[in-house]
Design a protein around this ligand. Sequence first.
Ligand code: SF4
Ligand code: SF4
Ligand code: SF4
Length: 205
Amino acid sequence: MQIGGPSGGCLITKDLDVKLDFDSLKKLGAMIGSGGLVVMDENTCMVEVARFFMNFTQNESCGKCVPCREGTRRMLEILEDIVAGKGTLEQLDILQELGEAITDTALCGLGKSAALPVLSTLKNFREEYLDHVVNKRCRTGNCQALRRYVIDPSKCKGCSKCARNCPVSAITGKVKEPFTIDATKCIKCGACMDNCPFGAIHTES
Ligand code: SF4
Ligand code: SF4
Ligand code: SF4
C-alpha cells in the first residue's frame, strides 16, 4: 500500500495496522502527505511503481537546490535502466545512497520526500529489484522490456502471419509447422501476438 501521495512510502501487509499519525508512519518510511492511498497486489511491479512516482516528482522539482534537481534526475535514470533490463547491483547501492542524501539535504518538503517511494520499495521489495537486475526478469510482466514472447507449438498452425508482421524478422518457420521466435532479435513490440489468429503467442516474464 502506497500512502501519502506521489512521494509517499510503500508499506507491506505486516505494517497495515500502523496508527495513522505522523510519527508512526515516519518510523516506517511513509507519511500521511496528501492523504492519497493506493492499494496494489502481486500483479503490480513495485520497481515500476518507484519509477513512476520518481518521474512525477522529478517533473515537479523546481530546480532551486542541487540535491533535488540533480539527484532526482539521476535516480530516475537508474530506475529507467532497471525497468529496461539494464540495471546493475552497483546501481541499487547508488540509488539507496542518493535517496538518503536527497532526503537529508533537499531544501523543501518536495525534495525531502521525493525518494520515499524508492527507499521504501528498496527496503520492502528488494527481491523484485534483484529479479530485474540479476535475473533480468519482471515477475509481474509489467516491464515490457523484460517480457519474452513465446509461440506455443501445440497451438501454432504455421500460418506465418506473425512472421509477416514482425518488423525485425525475428520469427521463422515452415508453413503448416510451428514457428519460433528468436529472442535475441525480438524488440518486444507485440505485433505477432496481436496478429496471431490462433492465440498461439503469449508472454513470459
Ligand atoms: S527540494 Fe524544493 S527547492 Fe529544492 S529543487 Fe526540489 S522543489 Fe525545488
Ligand atoms: S500467427 Fe500464430 S498460428 Fe500463425 S505461424 Fe504465427 S504463431 Fe503460428
Ligand atoms: S514481439 Fe514484435 S519483434 Fe518480437 S517477435 Fe513479435 S513481432 Fe517480432
